[in-house]
Design a protein around this ligand. Sequence first.
Ligand code: ADP
Ligand code: MG
Length: 401
Amino acid sequence: MKKEIEDARIREQEEAELKELLNFCTIPTIEDFSQFIEEHRRTWSMQKLGEASYSEVYAALHARTKQSTVLKIMPFGRKDMEQASIQDISNELKISKTMMRFDGFVDVVGAYIVKGEYPEHLLTLWDQYADLKESENERPDFYDEEQKFCIVMLQNGGTDLEHFKLKSWREAATVFWRVAKSIAKAEQAVEFEHRDLHWGNIVLDRKKSEVSDMIEKLSLQDTKEVYAVNIQVTIIDYTLSRARCGDEGVVFSSMDDPALYNGRGDYQFDIYRFVRNSNQRRRSGKPTQRFDWSLYVPRTNTLWLHYLAERLIREKNLTEPRVVGSGSNTRAASRRGGKAAAESSQAEIDAYRSLDLVFKLIDPRKRRFGAGKKAGGGVVAEIGTAGDLVAWGREEGIVYE
Ligand SMILES: Nc1ncnc2c1ncn2[C@@H]1O[C@H](COP(=O)(O)OP(=O)(O)O)[C@@H](O)[C@H]1O
Ligand SMILES: [Mg+2]
């Protein structure tokens, strides 16, 4: 009897949570998954784009307007299948909607809750993807008719940083500072921490402009450097993020899963441990609770920015520009080369130096994290936030806009 009462209580709570979730959605009712996809297919052509442990991602192109979107499809509500909880999904939606107001964060086009077996059409797309790239996920044909999914429709931000080909250090430095500036603004506005900013969660798109088209046509390779880097940088995936979301208050997700901290061999995995340690230092006094993930610890943003600088410097196949002696000597050396070539290589040296300075300044593996010497002498105040880093970079004149 006791168990029945308990079960009824859980069901009631789930229903209340589901109702709240539906309030954040474009249509406040649960739709049939297959019907939803059939309807969607009439105007959008779809293709599987990628996957993660808890989601499948499809790209959808509008036949008439050519609007390019991404559907992130997340099963939820079944603890026994290690799915996200209703609360997890609500949190991600709340943060997504808060963040889309800021430059550099992905736009949410719509959000829907659907129920039912995995649609035939998506299975076909899933198989096509598996044939081409092999999938690490199980073929999603095992869901029953009661399975619920959240479909978040996002603006397509392009290719993730891991798979995007960067052509120069100037592009790399521009990507870095655009991310840093977006995070800095979000810190200030909503006390934002991303908490999982690995290179799969930054997407990039080369924006074609008339100027870049013209240059490409004329193939004026050397003058290309003069123009602003034309890459749109978008931050995605707030599964672990924390932000102040208006009336909803502080929204965050627990990072207590020990599996998060076991990874080895990739700098990304060290960052989770550094993130946890910085929270530990601010932990609440309660004896049963070691970590308080609701706390605002913007240092986590600087940790992920250090990781980003590391990826850009070491893992994007850009070769280190050869710096001959000090800055002025370099310029003298490059003057001896052809003029156009000299200017372009100086631009590359400067961009590399910008990343390298950041990399050294905010290295969490060093004891005196974030406190370094200024280029012109003097000591920099501690860098505790992305905002501090951008302010410091501006003072040094190394921020790429
Ligand atoms: N708005 C988007 N634009 C372009 N690609 C995206 C977008 N959203 C997701 N993706 C792609 O799908 C992958 C998984 O999406 P993500 O939101 O990171 O899910 P997860 O929480 O499962 O990691 C990303 O790494 C990226 O490659
Ligand atoms: Mg992700």
